[in-house]
Every structure is written in C-alpha cells, then in structure tokens.
Ligand binder design. Structure first.
Ligand code: ADP
Ligand code: GLC
Length: 466
C-alpha cells in the first residue's frame, strides 16, 4: 500500500508546531508496517532546503483562475528521513522562509493544485491520499469534484484535523481559482457563506480523523462553528491518538542534551540539564523548576501566564522558565516579568533549548483551553518530567492524575486559581523526593510511541480499499 501524506509542515524540514512532528514521524512507523509512505509539502527557502540536495522529478505549469504558474516537484536525494520527501516549488508563492503568511489562500491552493497535477502524472498512483489540516483541505473536494482530477476519484482521501480552530475560510469571489467542477455542488465548499477548506474536507474526505478520541467528542460540542457539521458527519469521523517519534525524542541518545540519561537512573542526567538551564537563565537550581514550551496563544492559556506566574512565584518556593512565541501583547508582558525573581524566559523558537527544557525541568505546564492532542506532555513524560495539564482533549487521554493512581497533575478548567493550585500541589509532591523520583522513572517507561496508532491508521486505510 502506497500512502501519500500532504502537509504544510514536516519535521525536520519546516516546523511551527506539532503538525510537523506528526507528519515527520507517522510515515516512518507506517513503513515498519509494510506500507510505503511519502510526504509532499511546499518547498520553502529555509535552512533545511538550503543544506540538502534535491532532484527535479516533475515540471509543469499550474492553472489557477486565468493565470499559469511554473512549478517543479523536487525529491530529497538522500534517504536520511526514512521516507520519500517531495517538495513543491512554486517560486511565486512558496519560496519564502516562512510557513504561514497573510496570503495563504492562494499559496496553499496553488500547492494543492500542483500536488494533484503531479499525482495525475504518476504512473503508479498512491493508494491513499492523507491530507492534514485546512491548508490541504481542498484536496478531497478537488479529487471528488474537479473534472481535471476525474481519474483520481477512486483514491480514498483521509483528512486529519489537527486543529479545528483554524479553518482557512475565504470569500466565494475566489471560487474561480479552484479547478472547474459542476457548480451545482458548490455547497460542498461552503460554510456560513464562505468557502471553508476545513468544512469542505469534512464533507468530501472518505474518512475524517482527529488527533485524540476526547477531542473528537469535544468537537461535536465546540468546533469554532462546525459543531453541527461534525455531528452530522460523525459516522465517518474517528479519533486516533498521536504518538511521538521514539528515536528523535530519546533522552539516552538526544544530541541536543547537555547530559544523556535513561529510566534506570534519570537523576544525574536530569540534574546536568537543569544546572545548565539555571545557569543560562539565572535561576536557583535547588528550587523545583516549572516550565512552559509552546505557542503563546489563547488556546494554550497564555494570556493568563503573567498573573499565574506572579501568584505561583509568590506562594511557592519555585522557579519558572518559559520558551515560546506568538501573541505580541503576551510576549511584551512576559518580557516585563523578567524583573521577577526566579523567572526566566526565551521569547522565540529554539528546538535545541526545548529539548534541554523537557530534560532539565521538574514539571511541564500545559494549561491549554483547547488541546487536540498535545505532544509536549508526551515528550515531558519520555524525559521523566511530570506534566501539569488541564484535563481536556489529548491531555485527558494521556495524563492520569497522581491522586487517581496516575503519574501527572491534572486540573479542571483554566483560571488563575486552578492553575496556581495545581502548581502548589505539584510543589508539595516534589517535596517527597523518593516519590517524585520513582514517578520520574515510571513515566519514562510509558509507551507513547507511534507503534499502536500507526497501525490504527493502516487499519482505517485498509477498510477503504475495495
Ligand atoms: P501545537 O501544535 O498546538 O503547537 P503540540 O504540543 O502538538 O502543540 O506541539 C508543539 C511542538 O512545537 C512541540 O514539538 C514543541 O516542543 C514545539 N515548540 C512549540 N513552541 C516552541 C518554541 N518556542 N521553541 C521550540 N519548540 C517549540
Ligand atoms: C495541533 C494541535 C496539537 C496537536 C498537533 C499535532 O497543532 O494544536 O494539540 O498535538 O496539532 O497533531
């Protein structure tokens, strides 16, 4: 079985968040299950594409509206990723160093048309086209409706919702950009009088998945306006929990770390990383270290961080370290907190620092209001760092509270009180070092790798093959 994943992000080529990690890992695990998975994504002008060699495998002009744009499909020459990587190079739209921008309608539509034009040219077509998030959400529509792709119609399309908050909607004035289709079916593109790629994908894909079972249930009640649609299509929707790449995220071999360690003795290794962090950010290594890593947006609860951090630092003898970027106002407020004692932050994106924090922190905070899956809590478990989570979505599916015979700290709701109480509870738990260290060892052994979920995806694909 040949599976083609289509995505805007893929680790290590271009990463903004967890989507990249998923698309960079799932194909590796699918390959272990006797399938061939490849990834096609935009060709961005970034450090990865600059450092690696690609071969041109296809060249053509794509038609979007009345205009023609030259494009090429490039294949990564080396086998370093363990799956075939194809990148669509459309100089007018994609050859920039950023993944997302304000003109994404045209950029990602051009990417999707070029991808399907390339698929049309292939002698051996993929058995499954698996598309991810709204940037690739018009593919199921085009495959089923556009005359141009008539011959692809029998290839099953799978659509994975990584985050339903972002839907990519645009005005019907731009409908002429989509390759011609029977206009009586234009309703398939529509939601609330806009063209909505996320809604179109939910309507047209053969199957819809989300990245955790709990998020699937939550979406039927709260999906940024798409609740009724998800309820209506619920028979073809399924929640499959994400996994993590067990080899990339391995404290025993992780090259980013200051000191490596494994579950039989995490103490010294974790301490080496913590010492490095504390020196770097001027923190006291004897206090428990609470960290946050992620996008600074409302979904992650970050608008409350300034108040939560101040209160938690006042009430507890702890340190807090933050790595993140996003909303400018929140960034500004968090920068001002720098004056606070026992607080450190790096506003920006830093892959290496994130690994050192997963290893060196004692607790990882995830007070998300919405968390379709969340990978950070699984990385933190793998690195022996106890997660503190708001029990929703994928966080609910992966973290069990210590008071329920589990291994993490759960809170129920995102308020300043709830989160600071959880921090206080975690701090108390930390005071009993024997119990805390035992827990660290235990959580490192929880298998959150992709092994099971990759199989679930394969079972789903197989159920669609005639
Ligand atoms: P989301 O995709 O919603 O941002 P996930 O938990 O699924 O959340 O994944 C986030 C990924 O992005 C993780 O690999 C995390 O380590 C990484 N990440 C987020 N922000 C940063 C940052 N500022 N620097 C480095 N890595 C980051
Ligand atoms: C999205 C979600 C996150 C999920 C990731 C990978 O960015 O916000 O919860 O882990 O996709 O599926």
């Amino acid at each position: 079985m040949d599976i083609l994943h289509v995505s805007a992000e893929c680790y290590p080529i271009a990463k903004v968040g967890g989507l990249a990690d998923v698309v960079g890992a799932l194909p590796k695990y699918q390959k272990k299950l006797n399938t061939t998975s490849s990834v096609i994504m935009p060709y961005y002008n970034n450090p990865f594409t600059q450092k690696n060699n690609f071969n041109v495998v296809y060249e053509n002009k794509l038609e979007m509206g009345k205009e023609l744009f030259s494009f090429r499909v490039l294949k990564l020459s080396s086998n370093s990723l363990e799956f075939d990587l194809y990148c669509v190079d459309i100089p007018e739209f994609l050859y920039t160093d950023y993944v997302y921008s304000s003109s994404d309608t045209e950029r990602f539509l051009a990417f999707q048309i070029a991808t399907l034009d390339w698929v049309l040219s292939l002698e051996r077509k993929p058995d499954i086209i698996h598309v991810h998030d709204h940037h690739t959400g018009l593919i199921p529509f085009m495959v089923s409706q556009s005359y141009r792709y008539e011959t692809l119609k029998n290839i099953p399309t799978i659509f994975t919702i990584h985050n339903a908050q972002y839907q990519g909607w645009f005005s019907h004035n731009k409908v002429y950009l989509i390759p011609e289709f029977n206009f009586t079916n234009v309703g398939l593109l529509d939601w609330n009088s806009n063209i909505n790629p996320l809604a179109a994908a939910i309507k047209c894909a053969w199957r819809v998945t989300t990245v955790s079972p709990s998020y699937m249930e939550e979406l039927k009640l709260k999906a940024n306006g798409l609740e009724d649609l998800l309820m209506h299509e619920s028979k073809k929707c399924i929640g499959i929990l994400n996994g993590i790449d067990w080899n990339v995220w391995n404290p025993e071999t992780d090259n980013y770390l200051i000191g490596n360690y494994n579950s039989s003795n995490p103490i010294d290794g974790k301490k080496t990383n913590k010492q490095w962090l504390c020196k770097e950010f001027n923190l006291d290594e004897n206090k428990p270290l609470f960290a946050f890593i992620g996008r600074l947006v409302g979904e992650k609860g970050s608008d409350l961080f300034p108040k939560i951090f101040k209160k938690a630092l006042k009430e507890n003898n702890i340190s807090i370290l933050l790595l993140g970027s996003g909303n400018k106002e929140i960034e500004f407020q968090l920068n001002q907190l720098q004056e606070e004692k026992n607080y450190g932050s790096f506003i920006g994106y830093d892959e290496r620092l994130s690994h050192i924090i997963y290893a060196g922190a004692d607790f990882l905070l995830m007070p998300s209001r919405v968390e379709p899956c969340g990978l950070n809590q699984m990385y933190s478990l793998r690195y022996g760092t106890t997660p503190i989570v708001n029990a929703i979505g994928g966080l609910k599916d992966t973290v069990v509270d210590i008071n329920a015979n589990g291994f993490g700290i759960c809170h129920y709701g995102v308020t300043i009180e709830e989160v600071t109480n959880a921090i206080t509870r975690a701090n108390l738990f930390y005071q009993n070092q024997t119990e805390y260290i035992q827990n660290s060892k235990k959580i490192m052994l929880i298998d959150n790798s992709w092994t099971n979920s990759a199989q679930e995806y394969i079972n789903l694909y197989k159920s669609l093959k005639k």
